[in-house]
Design a protein around this ligand. Sequence first.
Ligand code: BTN
Length: 149
Amino acid sequence: MVQTTPFLLVLSLALVAPSFSAKKCVLTGRWINDLGSNMTIGAVNGRGDFAGSYHTAVTATTNKIRVSPLQGSQHNTNQNSQPTFGFTVNWSFSDAVTVFTGQCFVDETGKEVLKTMWLLRSRVDNIKDDWKATMVGINVFTRLHSQKE
Ligand code: BTN
């Protein structure tokens, strides 16, 4: 009888522990990247689709930066995995579009990290300028936690 208490403790921990990590790498929430850009991602539906908004810290233009819509898709909504995803930002203040693709990782400290690559396509007036219309880069995002968490 005395041994049942530790057994039950271990059993309950084993049952509860996965739920601690279950929330990891669901993209919903607020994120900041290495440039200081912020994005907010809404609910991810059963098919992995999501929408949100992006506030870039930088621009390739001289235009005033405005918050822009994003639409994306997360692969494999099995919450225990480290899923791949992609999203598109249709810039409200320029004629450009950026596509991001990446993967969510849980690092050794338990922190979620989005490792992404992006292509930024800017509009050019002439086909002869097509060669200089696309930029490529990487961004690393971490989650912005609310005060309550
Ligand atoms: C534009 O300049 O035409 C639109 C804004 C582009 C911002 C880029 S997208 C890739 C990189 N990551 C960011 O967070 N911002 C820049």
